[in-house]
Write a protein that binds this ligand. Structure first.
Ligand SMILES: C[S@@+](CC[C@H](N)C(=O)[O-])C[C@H]1O[C@@H](n2cnc3c(N)ncnc32)[C@H](O)[C@@H]1O
Length: 277
């Protein structure tokens, strides 16, 4: 009996290790689905699609149907897609699986929100998180933590030879990609903050969004509370590409200031820091 229990523990321990060691399969399967445009394809098929319909809608080769089935199985177990059984049509023997969007994958569909509603799409942000620039530094975690100078550089900097902000300053592609990703996140989060906790802003007459990028957050506050004077502080290469004030706030002026928060922060009643520290 003792030996049986010990063996059960061994197996359970191994299972737990496998769960952790193979956790990246979920991330990479999600990346594959996004790259293949599967959420868009399901949306185009009216919200539900069989495997042959998915192949046709994504342009994946029909000979890869069994691989697509495995991919969709992983993503269904992970809660990215939902899975229903379709009754076989007359003449067919087997039930067919129909894959549908969940609340998570609905956020990966490209394009505007339904019926003119604002889009809360997260594809640009999730694409950054799963891209090589962000993923490869994790292979360097051990050399970084084993280095006495770890506090001086992040493992991102060790991998790329420069900080993310420096990369963004020197590469237009990375700058655009990163800013689009952050904007997508900010649209959704500011909608949530303003809907669920508007009281946070009551009584304010001015606010500075430090590291506020293209002003999406400040513009959302200015739209909801037109009497709050909103300022965005960010690094010069970001402010250079900031939208015109009216465009940012839907009519209410958001002031953009180029600078370094470690040197100067424009004064205001409140400071907003979103995903900065
Ligand atoms: C992760 S992004 C967050 C952007 C925005 N707050 C959001 O949530 O969408 C961090 C921002 O901080 C800015 N930033 C980094 N270092 C800064 C500094 N020293 N002074 C001002 N802004 C800085 C970056 O340029 C970038 O726009």
């Amino acid at each position: 009996m003792e030996e049986q229990q010990r063996t059960e523990e061994l197996l359970q321990g191994q299972l737990e290790l496998w769960h952790h060691a193979l956790g990246y399969i979920k991330s990479m399967a999600l990346k594959c689905a996004m790259d293949a445009g599967i959420p868009d394809a399901i949306a185009r098929c009216g919200g539900g699609a069989t495997l042959p319909e998915l192949l046709a809608a994504t342009g994946l080769p029909p000979c890869n149907l069994s691989y697509l089935r495995r991919l969709m199985r992983v993503l269904t177990v992970s809660g990215i897609f939902h899975h229903q059984r379709k009754q076989p049509a007359s003449g067919e023997h087997e039930e067919e699986a129909v894959y549908a969007l969940t609340r998570a994958s609905s956020l990966l569909v490209r394009g505007e929100g339904n019926g003119g509603a604002p889009s809360f799409g997260q594809l640009p942000f999730i694409s950054i998180l799963l891209g090589r620039t962000f993923v490869t530094p994790f292979f360097g975690m051990h050399p970084w933590i084993a280095d006495e100078r770890a506090a001086a550089t992040s493992f991102f900097e060790r991998e790329h030879g420069q900080a993310l902000w420096e990369m963004a300053r020197t590469s237009t592609g990375i700058n655009d990609e990163f800013n689009q990703g952050m904007t997508a996140d900010t649209r959704l989060i500011m909608h949530a903050v303003l809907t669920l906790s508007p009281a946070v802003f009551e009584g304010l007459t001015s606010l500075v969004d430090v590291g506020g990028a293209d002003g999406t957050a400040a513009a959302a506050v200015a739209r909801a509370f037109p009497h709050i004077n909103c300022t965005v502080l960010d690094l010069p290469h970001v402010i250079e590409n900031a939208p015109a004030p009216d465009e940012a706030a839907g009519g209410n002026t958001v002031r953009f200031v180029a600078g370094d928060m470690f040197h100067h922060i424009p004064s205001a009643h409140a400071v907003l820091l979103k995903v900065v520290l």
